[in-house]
Design a protein around this ligand. Sequence first.
Ligand code: GDP
Length: 309
Amino acid sequence: MSEDFYTVLAGGVGAAKFIQGLVRVVDPSKLKIIINTGDDIELFGLNICPDIDIITYSIAEVVDKEKGWGFENETFNCLSVLKNYYDYGWFNAGDKDLATHIYRTDLYHKGFTKAQITSKICKKLGVKADLIPMSNESVATYIETPLGKMHFEEYYIKHKCEPKILGISFRGSEKAKPVMGVIDYIKKAKRVIICPSNPIVSIGTILSVKDIKNTLSSVKDNVYAISPIIEGSAVKGPADKMLNFFGYEVSSVGVAKFYKEIIGHFIIDRKDQLLKPQIEELGIKTYCFDTLMTNIQKKENLARYVINL
Ligand code: GDP
């Protein structure tokens, strides 16, 4: 029997755009949002959770709308001094953002788990949706490149995704357990929605946590994913390079093949409607809609469409 909530799998910027629409269509207190923590990193002695923060700030409507991450009207005074002390000046930690990292790290040292800390930050910022890190244990996405193995944030921000990808690994995922409740939230949801996030290093990382992938497979007829690829390229970020690295074609068909075992429904962009028969051949019901979320109305339209399918 399904319960009265929706479960959402999310990465960062792509997911946040969709979720901004979703909270206008569904009562936010009925959302269980399971978030990738593979991008989490410790810098300046602080615990930083980029995807959790992007989703939190977006729902709280304090996010920088242009960039899609960090606070709006941000300043970088602290970072300008931190750069003298550390080599991590490439990480764009704004002054307000640093306050979140300080609070999170303080709570961590007091013994709170990542899930408890996330819930406290959400309460303070007035976020009613239930934001849940995929795991309390540390998982870190590493990219192997000709320059060496580096944390995903270093590859993404410092190196602007330029180095060739030679390998992708999720350090710690074999020991990581889903946060309590996550498995039930997937099993009992009215509907499970996979945001238009990077399939490999946002959703793939969540799938690497014990039991999450199997549970999704067991309810796949109730799982709806939105493609992050439109007309053969990622809207933003390295999803195209990563699909390519794993031998998937860079298109909604490639993403559908990656998700084949865990989804029953797939929403692709109208511009890709000719791909629908190829995806349906995989046994996935496919729908076409305008998935490029360039303003709040389009985010809301897409969310309403997915909820009402
Ligand atoms: P990240 O961790 O900040 O990179 O965020 P995500 O993994 O959540 O999102 C990255 C993905 O979102 C990329 O693969 C983009 O192609 C996709 N994306 C971003 N904006 C849009 C959009 O407006 N529509 C669709 N369909 N995908 C988008």
